[in-house]
Design a protein around this ligand. Structure first.
Ligand SMILES: [Cu+2]
Length: 301
């Protein structure tokens, strides 16, 4: 099998680069009931898209994380004995938790990115309270996309965002409580989130009306480490997977390849979560999978 790899570095963001062509087909008559407060546009962008990749490097010696005094809530100390600050997280010279986004830009025919109408994804963004930290520390979300907040700790937390452009709210969440589900109607970079019960707990939410953003060094790849003897891996996915965004697999493949592992990668441009539409595509995908197994198993001693 031909080994296909693409380098999608941490901090990958999608960016509309090319001409609109005949994409301007959808009119918004303004009658939508879930209309974003930021949607000033009548046209949804559906033209070609490109990708911007990058790395946020940290030069010099990063400040060491400080130990947090969690004696006010013994549960936090039991759950997370090494509770530390996470203001500056650097791994292999790369700075995590940097929110990168397209502030303004135009397509080649001169239309502004911010003037298009971008429907929010149907999937929710997850924010968990785990080990008396917010996970993730920084996240991005689209206007009117659902944010689902959970509590994995055997103690009570209190979720308190303090936005400037969106309504402030403050809600307790005991262990076992159902997820708190919220949306943000207006774009805002960044909304601080704190826990009134554990003052060290901080999270930051970037709300954008478009999907052209990313957070460096996210949770999906931070635990991958060099020299761990991971098995050879074959990623297959679809560019149009609307259940799990392909960005996750792209970033993990890039991270594992960067760490020196045997990574194969195939991205079908059609299909949804099953990564195939036609029988031909399914057969092709299965052939790639079996070939990967065959070649890697037979290469073993
Ligand atoms: Cu808390």
């Amino acid at each position: 099998m031909k080994k296909r790899t693409r380098v999608w570095l941490v901090g990958t963001i999608g960016l509309s680069l090319l001409a609109m062509g005949s994409a301007c087909t959808k009119k918004d008559d303004g009658s939508g009931t879930n209309k974003s407060a930021d949607s000033g546009s009548a046209v949804a962008y559906s033209g070609p898209k490109g990708t911007v990749s990058g790395v946020v490097s940290f030069n010099g010696t990063p400040p060491a994380p400080k130990k947090i005094d969690s004696s006010a809530d013994p549960v936090c100390g039991q759950r997370n004995p090494n509770l530390e600050t996470e203001d500056t997280v650097v791994k292999d010279g790369k700075l995590a938790n940097v929110f990168v986004y397209v502030k303004e830009g135009t397509t080649t025919d001169g239309k502004k990115v911010g003037d298009f109408k971008w429907d929010p994804p149907s999937t929710a963004v997850q924010l968990d309270q785990n080990g008396c930290h917010y996970r993730p520390h920084v996240l991005g979300i689209q206007t009117n996309q659902k944010l689902s907040i959970t509590n994995s700790d055997p103690t009570q937390h209190n979720v308190h965002p303090t936005p400037k452009n969106n309504p402030e709210w403050n809600q307790s969440q005991p262990n076992g409580a159902p997820p708190i589900e919220k949306t943000f109607a207006r774009s805002e970079v960044l909304i601080p989130v704190k826990c009134n019960q554990h003052p060290w707990m901080k999270s930051y939410i970037g709300v954008m009306k478009h999907p052209l953003f990313a957070v460096s060094g996210d949770q999906q790849t931070k635990n991958a480490e060099r020299g761990k003897g991971y098995s050879p891996i074959f990623f297959y996915l679809s560019t149009r997977d609307d259940r799990v965004h392909p960005g996750h697999a792209r970033k993990m493949a890039a991270r594992l390849e960067e760490l020196g592992y045997d990574v194969s990668y195939y991205e079908e441009i059609e299909g949804g979560h099953g990564a195939s539409v036609t029988n031909e595509q399914l057969a092709h995908r299965l052939a790639l999978s079996y070939t990967h197994l065959w070649t890697r198993l037979s290469a073993s001693p």
